[in-house]
Design a protein around this ligand. Structure first.
Ligand code: ZN
Length: 505
């Protein structure tokens, strides 16, 4: 068979598969937004059936034949070309999928669907014992998945590879140790200074309907296309793409301003990435996002680097004051800006400050490895969690809702994902430093409400490449050097040192 024909058949097969998978995604989105609680059992059956069907198509013997036909074709010889990218990444996907039995795929899908609902109830009531049996089941299933996938030294790496291809837990452990050495003294330094932010202003009354309107307004101003996306409410914020012109972002409206707003900005960063992918390549690796770490870099960039900058609020703060006059009339821009950059050890990861954030990630990374290895029985998780918070952050969560139940990841069968947040922070700092070099005074543009320059740069350097490059290659191509955490540490020192009035920290 001619290589061109094999390639065309392969692409057509995967484009159709993407349509089927997007039906699964839409059901998943609905499950986490509008589905009534008692719909869960049927939803689990729907999703399990679809997961089985997509798995069958993904692992169809014809895919193996086509990939074999293309193995040495001229068409795929040029590294990083469209056909080479598509064939390379589809081969990776296929090789991984054929190791997983369909029954296991269905079982994971059904169990995690039910477990998510159990988690939602447990989270609301701060009731870990009701969630414990579900997490026990999930840990067993994740071990089975890792065993089926295979690994060189540790099972965790098989799971990690799905989110961050090529990453290894021993290298991440070294990275976290290096970060910890820098971040713990920096956090201690900042929390010891006399200039303390007034966090209470952010916990005043912020009626939810007006929060929603303000979030919508900011998302639109930054560049989210509402003709190609939506913003809805959920229990744990997420972003999901349903099709080339349909991207759903969510946030949760709680008391206070920060949780919902910065949660929205985070998901907006994911959404802008998804909307920036090339729709002509939809359903193929060239039209899909890179590693989860790269995705997180886009989310963390808008959430923090931009969303917590003074110039961003020079533009948006008057509108915010107008939306919430009863809470912000007496609060000046500088006071507000300092308050949203409060560096303080808190029990909840989402919304924690940038300096302590990676410590939250690090302890989850350690705990999930222990769960998977069997060193930590699920029943001991609440105690181990609280102990880790005492050890790394010097605080004790007051209940399991703000302790080990706060994140939904494990209930979704997502183990090996947390480190990507830190990788994302590292990449975000490096990308932003380079964008500033290339684009000049970004603060002046943000102060005018102009985000098009930066968004255009991100589209060209990151979004449009799809899966053309590995995460490391992408960062190197965009910035001129491979990922290095020194950019993050430097940026945090500069920004917080300035904000807290320290000459050097
Ligand atoms: Zn994210």
């Amino acid at each position: 068979m001619r290589a061109e024909a094999a390639y065309a058949e392969l692409i057509a097969h995967f484009r159709e598969l993407a349509v089927l998978e997007s039906c699964e995604d839409l059901l998943g989105w609905d499950e986490e937004t509008y589905m009534p609680p008692r719909g869960v059992e049927h939803r689990g059956n729907q999703l399990a059936l679809l997961a089985g069907m997509t798995h069958d198509r993904l692992t169809h013997p014809r895919v193996g034949e086509l990939l074999a036909d293309l193995a040495h074709a001229d068409l795929v010889q040029e590294l990083h070309s469209v056909p080479e990218t598509n064939v390379r990444e589809l081969r990776r996907l296929y090789t991984r999928a054929i190791r997983l039995p369909r029954l296991l795929v269905e079982e994971i899908t059904r169990t995690t669907c039910l477990a998510q609902q159990a988690w939602t109830v447990a989270y609301r009531k701060s009731d870990f014992p009701s969630f414990q049996p579900w997490l026990e089941k999930i840990v067993v299933l994740m071990r089975q998945q890792a065993d089926a996938l295979g690994y060189a030294t540790v099972a965790y790496d098989a799971l990690l590879d799905e989110y961050e291809p090529g990453a290894r837990s021993d290298q991440l452990a070294d990275l976290f140790a290096a970060l910890r050495k820098e971040l713990v003294p920096l956090a201690n330094h900042l929390t010891a200074v006399r200039r303390r932010p007034n966090g209470a202003i952010l916990r005043r009354a912020f009626p939810v309907d007006r929060q929603r309107q303000f979030a919508q307004r900011v998302a639109l101003a930054i560049g989210f296309d509402f003709q190609r996306g939506r913003l809805d409410s959920t229990t744990h914020p997420f972003c999901m793409t349903i099709g080339p012109h349909d991207c759903r972002i969510t946030t949760r409206y709680d008391q206070g301003f920060c949780d919902a707003f910065f949660g929205m900005l985070h998901e907006l960063g994911h959404g802008l990435y998804e909307q920036g992918l090339d729709p002509d390549h939809y359903g193929t690796p060239m039209g899909e996002s890179g590693s989860v770490g790269v995705h997180e870099s886009q989310a963390r960039l808008w959430e923090n680097t931009i969303g917590r900058s003074l110039s961003f609020w020079q533009y948006f703060y008057p509108a915010l004051q107008e939306a919430f006059p009863e809470s912000l009339r007496d609060v000046g821009l500088d006071e507000f800006h300092l308050a949203i950059n409060n560096v303080e050890a808190t029990p909840v990861r989402v919304g924690s400050d940038e300096v302590t954030y990676n410590l939250h990630v690090m302890l989850r990374f350690e705990l999930e490895q222990a769960l998977l290895k069997g060193d930590l029985p699920v029943s001991d998780l609440p105690g181990a969690w609280n102990e880790a918070y005492r050890h790394y952050l010097g605080i004790t969560p007051k209940n399991d809702r703000e302790g080990c139940l706060q994140d939904s990841h494990w209930s979704e069968g997502i183990i090996g994902y947390f480190p990507t947040y830190t990788l994302g922070n590292i990449m975000a700092a490096q990308l932003f430093a380079r964008a500033q070099k290339d684009l000049g005074d970004l603060d002046a543009a943000f102060g005018r409400g102009d985000f098009t320059g930066l968004l255009g740069w991100l589209r060209a350097k990151v979004h449009r490449h799809g899966q053309r490059y590995s995460a490391t290659e992408l960062i190197e191509a965009a910035t001129g050097s491979p990922p290095d955490h020194c950019h993050l540490i430097g940026a945090l020192r500069r920004r917080y040192g300035e904000l807290y009035g320290l000459a050097e920290c």
